[in-house]
Design a protein around this ligand. Structure first.
Ligand SMILES: [Zn+2]
Length: 393
């Protein structure tokens, strides 16, 4: 008997591949291993998350592509790939040969952090009433998602490992389960769930994620230009947004000061290459949820107009004036400040420089009062009777 000729149960909406097979095996009344042998034509364990077996899809009356897009996490796994990469991955996956991209690798990329099957108590009740059976939903297996959006309730984690399909039962038969710990705010948790659902449904905008991330980060004040972003600040703000505990529970925490570990910095540099969808989801929810960069980006990312260094210039002017004064003293006689100004050889006169150079003002005052000055302030004993209070030299 070949399953291609058999009429397996019609899958329920959003039903996970493994759940379809558990129900099919029961419906056939045959041992699990026997059914799998018929499906694979050899020995194989029952796939839960992913398969490359066209025979399974045909037994359910659909193409492998339909099966993968409707009943596995595949659409989520490829949702952040560029169109080229996605096409290539799908071509390899759907090819009727072994080798190339293994389904396990694609499945792992999306489920690495959800090793146990998860379910919603509310869905068990609704599904049983509506379909006569409870079943495993895809949306409940999304990594980082801790609630059921349909019921707005925390998910339960079963003790059934996705890697141990022989033990698999339906969610209403699970003996031991625990509620998922709440490690982020309700608001953020809901946003993660919504975004992940959209990714699974293939409803994310078709965009070049790296470009979008950079533009959005610049808008939020993480840089003056999408080409020059403060990666360290982005990483630190993302960590503050989610908290280390939540990120740690997903295996995605990092030291915000450790350059090598900061995946948010890398995701804006490398974009769609080799990042798990979960990282993209977290990065998107962060960019949508954060109001602005937590602090202004330091000037090192731009080339601001640097103020003129008047103090150094003043040092230079005073040094030259002292030289000229020494020369004049050596020669003897008196000198006008106007002469000194000319000999200084600057574009600005000494009076033009005064407003920027308080020490020059003091020097000029001191000079006017000196014996060297042509117009000595305070008058010269026995030579002048009138005191000139505000000589300009
Ligand atoms: Zn539910």
């Amino acid at each position: 008997m070949h399953l291609l000729k058999m009429h397996l149960l019609k899958p329920f909406p959003d039903e996970l591949l493994g759940s379809m097979l558990v129900r099919a095996v029961r419906d056939l009344g045959l041992p699990n291993a026997r059914v799998m042998t018929m499906l694979f034509g050899g020995r194989g364990t029952m796939p839960v998350l992913m398969t490359r077996e066209h025979g399974i899809a045909h037994a359910f009356g659909m193409s492998l592509k339909e099966l993968l897009f409707g009943h596995t996490l595949l659409p989520y796994a490829v949702s952040f790939m560029s169109a080229d990469m996605r096409e290539q991955a799908l071509r390899r996956l759907l090819a009727d040969v072994s080798g190339g991209s293994s389904p396990a690798a694609l499945a792992q990329s999306s489920t690495r952090f959800a090793p146990f099957l998860q379910f919603c108590q509310g869905c068990i009740l609704v599904d049983t009433a509506q379909y006569g059976a409870a079943y495993w939903h895809r949306v409940h297996q999304l990594p980082g998602v801790a609630i059921c959006l349909r019921h707005d309730k925390p998910l339960l984690v079963s003790d059934l490992r996705v890697s141990q399909p022989r033990r698999m039962v339906l969610p209403n038969e699970v003996v031991s389960s625990r509620e998922m710990p709440v490690l982020v705010s309700k608001r953020i948790g809901t946003r993660i769930a919504r975004f992940s659902y959209r990714a699974l449904a293939g409803k994310l905008p078709n965009r070049e994620w790296k470009v979008y991330y950079r533009e959005r980060a610049a808008e939020l004040g993480f840089g003056y230009d999408p080409k020059m972003l403060a990666g360290g600040l982005i990483a630190a703000d993302l960590r503050a947004f989610y908290g280390g505990q939540f990120l740690g529970s997903l295996g995605l925490d990092f030291d915000p000061l450790g350059r090598a570990q900061r995946w948010p910095t890398k995701i804006i540099r490398n974009g769609d290459r080799s990042f798990s969808p979960l990282r993209h989801v977290l990065f998107n929810v962060f960019l949508e949820g954060v109001v602005a960069a937590s602090k202004p980006v330091p000037d090192l990312f731009s080339r601001p107009h640097r103020p003129y260094d008047w103090a150094s210039r003043e040092d230079e002017v005073l040094r030259r004036l002292e030289e000229l004064r020494a020369e004049c003293e050596a020669v003897g006689g008196r000198v006008r400040l106007r002469d000194l100004s000319e000999r200084l050889g600057t574009r600005n006169s000494l009076w033009g420089l005064q407003k920027h150079m308080p020490r020059l003002v003091a020097w000029m005052k001191d000079f006017r009062a000196s014996e060297l000055s042509w117009h000595k302030t305070g008058g010269r004993p026995k030579k002048r009777r009138h005191v000139r209070k505000s000589s300009t030299g």
